[in-house]
Design a protein around this ligand. Sequence first.
Ligand code: ATP
Ligand code: MG
Length: 324
Amino acid sequence: MASSQAPTVQVDLEGRLERVATGKVRDLYAIDDQTLLFVASDRISAYDVILLNGIPQKGALLTLLSAHWFRFLSSAIPSLRTHFKTLELPASLRQSPELVKRLQHRSMQVRRFPPDHIFPIEAIVRGYITGSGWKEYSEKGTVHGIEMPEGLRESERLQQAVYTPSTKAELGGKDENINPDQARQILQERYGKDRGARYAQRVEELALEIYSRARDYAVERGIIIADTKFEFGLDAEADEVVLVDEVLTPDSSRFWPAATYEVGRSQDSFDKQYLRDWLTSNGLKGKQGVEMPPEVLEKTAAKYREAFEKLVGRKWDEALASSA
Ligand code: ATP
Ligand code: MG
């Protein structure tokens, strides 16, 4: 994860912009004090490990899908502030055809937050019980320590979506599931008792609201968003909590096809589940240096495209062919 603390500043993009951070999937470049170029690579990670080969055009897909959501959410939730500025490349890069080719569609300009104003929690929301939530529930009847109703079955829709945060581990580390009280304490340690509690409250409220709007939107288009993860930052001047990072992509969410959804079993998915299953069944879960064979690569790429087309309502090739 956040690489933002990387000790060395690297110069890249033909020396035109300074790279300030590299995450598992994204590279962040400084345009100025207020603005970052957020560049999504084709890298793919599963179980917190990056695979050796990437998915062609995945970075563009994540960027265009996130932009679609930022626009949708900003109009659906008027009080929401997001870091999204524009899909256009900054003028300094547009002069180089090479850079335009490399960066177009996979980059967005976003408001820049210093690392200490990116909240060190992942705001996970679960609308359905699956994954680590299902595992914990099966063993203890709780999800992130939160009591859940009895008798839930695998993949069942929850009466009310739950906010189940996690810590944000450093690069190479593993995120830990925590409950909302612990998330509040983490923000209180950083911002003091009152402000920390207020920001924690706002993060929870926004995460649940965004999830519920997105879930309703997606299900009409044939996709169940089973769960998802948001990140938030602080606009210190305005004292406002701001939605940052990527949003509601197959990387940060579990997407299921609504048509084949059935309670009581694990679901087929539009997201990385295919890759995860392949890794698990081949004993490669969590292992470094794994290369995906062509059929895993192609199946995963097709899943990403299908999710994009359903959610955005546009053919992927058309979206790529047109500019921002
Ligand atoms: P993963 O999402 O797979 O857990 P990751 O979080 O390590 O990986 P990336 O998604 O590759 O990293 O990179 C995004 C990084 O940029 C994250 O560390 C995120 O916290 C940070 N970030 C997101 N939005 C902003 C912003 N507006 N200003 C500064 N940093 C940001
Ligand atoms: Mg990320």
